[in-house]
Structures are given as structure tokens and as C-alpha cells.
Design a protein around this ligand. Sequence first.
Ligand code: ZN
Length: 295
Amino acid sequence: MTRLGIDVGGTKVALRLAGAHRPPRDAAFRWPAPADPAADWAALAGEVARLRARADPPIAAVGVALPAAVDSAGRVTAWPGRPAWVGLDVGARLRALFPGAAVRWADDGDVAALAEAERAGARSAVYLGVGTGVGGGAVLDGRPVPGCEAGHLVVDRSAREERCDCGRFGCVQAAASGPAILRRATRLRGSPVPFTGLRDGLADGARWAAAALEPAWDALAAAVTGLGELLHPEIAVIGGGVAAGLPGFTEAVAERVAGYARPGYAAPPVRPAALGALSSLHGALLLAERGGGPA
Ligand SMILES: [Zn+2]
């Protein structure tokens, strides 16, 4: 069966065609700027058409990992990363894009958690993906816990500097998203810091680079600890492009989680995502293979 996984991100989209193809075929594109649903959809349809032309046999199942909140009818209710998508009937559009195929979609954090749990051979896991935002998910007894929005856990009641995309202060995402980290690094260094600059600064032991990352590590550790207290997962996984691109990121979170140990509570072991920045894409393919989201 030919399957297509699509990982929809805040700035780019990754696609993987798998099945009869050896090896899987990958494609990716950046969303056009500024955000406009018509232009976005045309870009997606163009990329799908190019992959479809190479799919033999035809695509039978599609899984889509979405960062947006989508209601049961398939309509986007919130996506701070691309607010113009609110109200878009993404379910109907996806079904129209893939006539004859089984199309399913789910939260990107939920499917990433599933993919990482499976890869680790764990029946339960919590996942935090650090990228343009902070996505997250949990798996219990081998199944995703729907609607587990770990990025919007409030972990800092005194936060007033960075507002989360959702409008609140104090969310994990407000402290730990890639853009939030880079804004902090820019303030601390006093000049614009791109991601590569942050990575180099960290490798060189620059104080401003570590100071820009510490609030992110603290927020992620607080989230892992809270989720650990509630769910007692076998593992906690830190993924996403920001974590994958900065050596020592996960270890710094693990160190802080260990600092929250208390008698009677064993914090979950914290591991880097085995699938690197591709957890959601693998999860989207699992969704295509097995279903589990809305059909
Ligand atoms: Zn939030």
C-alpha cells in the first residue's frame, strides 16, 4: 500500500511517500509569505501533484500531522502560527486533494509521541517537540492521549516578558519555542542572533547563549516533571528541530528534571528524540498506516 505522510509545520511542510518505494521519497517546502490560505493550499497541492506523479501504485492512505486545533468536523479553530487558517475546512480540503484515499489527520504532538514511543518500545511516553512552537503529546498504554497540549502548560506564574502565541504569559511555549529563544538571545547579546549564531555561541561557551537557553530548559523540565507526576510515563522525549540542532539541549533538560526528584517519585528518563526532527512525519505515516484520527 502506498502511503503519504504530511507534517504540517508553522514555517514548512515535510512529506514522505512510503510503501512500494525503496527508499521512501521525501519532499519539503516552505510556506509562502505572507500567510494566505489560498497560496498555502496551492503550494501544498503542487507538491502533492509532484509526489503523486511518482507514486505507483497510487496513494491509498494519507496521514497528516497538524499543529492547528481542528474541531470534530475538520475545521481549524485555532492556529496562532498561521491565524489566517482559522475557519478553514481542512478536512474537506484534504479529502478533495486525495479522492479515493483514506485521509486522516491528528495533532502533530500526539502522533510524534506515538512514533517516539513505538521507536523506543515503550507503552507510555510524553513528548515535547521544540520548533517554531512547542508541541507535545502523551501516549498511555500504546495509544495517544488526544488533546494533550503540553506546550501550553503554565510553568511560570511570574512571567511577564514573553507572551505565548496563545495570548497567555507563562506557557512552556512562551519560554522554549525557537523564536522565543532567539529573541532572548538577541536581547542578551545586543544584536540579532540567527539559529546558527546561537548554536555557535553555545559551542563556544558564550554566556549569552547559555543564558538565552536556560529559561527554555527550565520550562521544559517543569513540564516533564508535571507530566511525570500525572502520567508516570516510561520515558520523556525531547524532540523538534531546535532541540535536534543544539548539542546538549536534551541533557540540560534531563539535568533539571533530575533536580526535581522527590522521595517516592522517580522522574522519567529524559531522552532525545530517536527520530530527530522527523517524529511528527513518522507519526503521520503511522496514522496513514493504521488510522486512529478522523477519517
Ligand atoms: Zn500558550
